[in-house]
Design a protein. Structure first.
Ligand SMILES: *Cc1c(COP(=O)(O)O)cnc(C)c1O
Length: 341
């Protein structure tokens, strides 16, 4: 398909309407066959479950062009599985995992002109989501749902190199123990908006959330998991039931062990220990890893030895290895690269 006339290198991270999206509706206990549509709007009851009680979950993944010219996605099976567990937690009927993959493929193929070329740094961001669509006034799950997948081209996350960011320890909580922190639901983001704007107003890039029960242990930021590197080169990442199981983080842990031969610990990380780490990064689909240079805890600064100019050396190795695998420069573990065309 002919590429759209887009200045790929200067795209930001904002919504651009593309040609087609996928829609399937759930009614009378079953999902319909689903279809691609040009209609970028959603028409639902003013009393829809999603509007009244936030019954909605989502996923985020990207399609991109590899060096040898294929359009691929990265581990979409894990997005399918995670959407299933998110849906179950909010009493939303599961959209079958094989149909999830198929719908993503359909949307990418129908919008192939929007998939950025190799080397541009840009990607096609794909957003599958589902929501309660019929009227619900008493508090209960909806009876009808819509599953949709749209995509939008987004620019390179790091323009002009990955500059380390400064984050603060946040006084607000992100997720309760045994709550919904481990699912990808809009409700987890709604309640983080005040905290992130408050952080920005105070001059910080992001919030570090601590565990809500004790406020002693590191959890995650609003939209990315933490990876730390110890001074003796071990990779350490928080273990908690209230963080979102990032596919990027799980992939980086595998890369650290199997490709780089590093020791990896997934465990509770007391905030007290953070000052002793050598490197810190945030992992998620958008950036893969964003380096953190400084963490501020109510005026006390933790400055990582990696500094404010560049990624730490091990963070960089992890970043380069995983992006090399994604782009087809380094051989991928079986099943990680899903070729669409
Ligand atoms: C989506 C998300 C992440 C990152 O997950 P990836 O699968 O790596 O993109 C991390 N934390 C939260 C809260 C998220 O919603």
């Amino acid at each position: 398909m002919e590429k759209k006339n887009i200045d790929w290198g200067n795209l930001g991270f904002s919504y651009i309407q593309t040609d087609k999206r996928y829609v399937s509706n759930y009614k009378d206990g079953a999902w319909d066959e689903g279809t691609l549509t040009s209609d970028a709007t959603v028409q639902i009851s003013e009393c829809a479950g999603v509007l009244q009680y936030a019954q909605t979950v989502f996923e985020g993944l990207k399609a991109y062009t590899t060096e040898d010219g294929h359009i691929v996605t990265f581990r979409p099976d894990l997005n399918a599985a995670r959407l299933e567990s998110s849906a179950k937690r909010l009493e939303i009927p599961v959209f079958p995992q094989d149909r999830f993959i198929e719908s993503v493929e359909q949307v990418v193929r129908a919008n192939a002109g929007y998939v950025p070329p190799f080397g541009s740094g840009a990607t096609l961001y794909i957003r599958p989501y589902m929501f309660g669509s019929n009227a619900v006034i008493g508090v209960k799950p909806a009876d009808e749902y819509q599953y949709r997948v749209f995509c939008t081209p987004v620019g390179p996350y790091f323009k002009g190199g990955a500059k380390p960011i400064t984050i603060r320890v946040c006084d607000y909580d992100r997720a309760a123990p045994h709550g919904t922190g481990n699912i990808k639901a809009g409700l987890n983001y709604a309640m983080s908006l005040y905290a992130i704007m408050d952080a920005h107003r105070a001059g910080f890039d992001e919030n570090m959330y601590l565990d809500a029960a004790t406020r002693k242990n590191v959890e995650e930021t609003g939209g990315a998991n933490f990876l730390f590197v110890t001074k003796d080169g071990k990779v350490v990442t928080p273990k908690s039931n209230s963080i979102l199981p990032s596919i990027t983080r799980r992939s980086l842990v595998y890369v650290a062990k199997e490709y780089l031969g590093l020791e990896v610990e997934e465990r509770v990380i007391p905030f007290e220990e953070v000052k002793d780490f050598a490197e810190c990064g945030l992992c998620g689909t958008a950036a893969v890893i964003s380096p953190v240079g400084k963490i501020v805890d109510h005026g006390n600064e933790i400055c990582f030895p990696s500094g404010m100019e560049d990624m730490g050396p091990i963070t960089r190795k992890l970043y380069e290895t995983l992006t090399g695998i994604q782009m087809g420069k380094i051989e991928a573990p079986k099943g990680w690269i899903h070729v669409i065309e």
